[in-house]
Design a protein around this ligand. Structure first.
Ligand SMILES: *Cc1c(COP(=O)(O)O)cnc(C)c1O
Length: 224
């Protein structure tokens, strides 16, 4: 990629806008999370200069080193698998955790958070054997537990679908997550406004199916 960060951001922004228009949604219903994992602080600074302030990382250890070297006043979201023994560090490093995939992890975050911590529950909607995520039928129970907690707040669901180069093949997983969310809202009476789904190659389909957070790495920062 020879374009500048600003060029790449402009092109991602155009795609998000077009997808919102197609879906009859407002642009401000979808938030762009810039996935800066593996990229150095200089790349984050360039993104900040282009007006971004919401960043996603997938590893606690990498973030512990990187975040102090990045501009202040940014919001950092964890999007990768988190081990319970790193919950204390994560609860104090990140403003939101997209990848809560067990009750044990949620309890560890609750124990260590010192203020309100918004989280999303990662669901293994396709039932893949080697993937992290709650089984669809476990989610309601975790939401009920979370409703008794004082710091962790479940704001919605997150999905990492099975990879397919053809985004249309992923559409059913996105719509299944949305349907599960609708069902859980009815069942638990808990508002679940956020759906974190869609990455560089499939953001259009995700937005058409109701995504509120698209997590974009490659098409902003270049190939890792
Ligand atoms: C790396 C990553 C992304 C970004 O993927 P791209 O294809 O580079 O846009 C999104 N979500 C998660 C969970 C990731 O680990």
């Amino acid at each position: 990629m020879s374009e500048t960060f600003a060029d790449r951001l402009e092109s991602v922004e155009q795609r998000i806008k077009a997808a919102c228009t197609n879906a009859g949604r407002e642009r401000d219903e979808v938030t762009l999370l810039a996935v800066s994992k593996t990229n150095p602080p200089e790349a984050v600074r360039e993104a900040v200069d282009c007006g971004l302030r919401l960043f996603g990382e997938n590893k606690v250890q990498e973030s512990q080193h990187k975040l102090p070297m990045c501009p202040s006043g940014l919001e950092w979201h964890l999007i990768g698998h988190l081990q319970s023994n790193k919950a204390k560090v994560a609860a104090n490093l990140f403003q939101m955790i997209h990848s809560v995939d067990s009750l044990k992890l949620l309890q560890a975050l609750e124990n260590h958070a010192i203020q309100t911590l918004p989280v999303l529950l990662q669901v293994n909607i396709a039932g893949e054997a080697a993937k992290y995520g709650l089984k669809p039928d476990e989610v309601a129970g975790v939401i009920e537990e979370a409703n008794r907690m004082s710091r962790c707040e479940v704001h919605g669901l997150m999905l990492i679908p099975p990879f397919s180069p053809d985004p249309e093949k992923t559409r059913a997983h996105f719509s299944n997550l949305r349907k599960l969310r609708d069902q859980l809202q009815d069942e638990t009476g808990t508002p679940l406004p956020e759906l974190s789904m869609g990455m560089s190659h499939d953001l259009e389909v995700a937005i058409e199916e109701g995504s509120t957070w698209v997590r974009i790495g490659t098409d902003l920062f270049g190939k890792r």
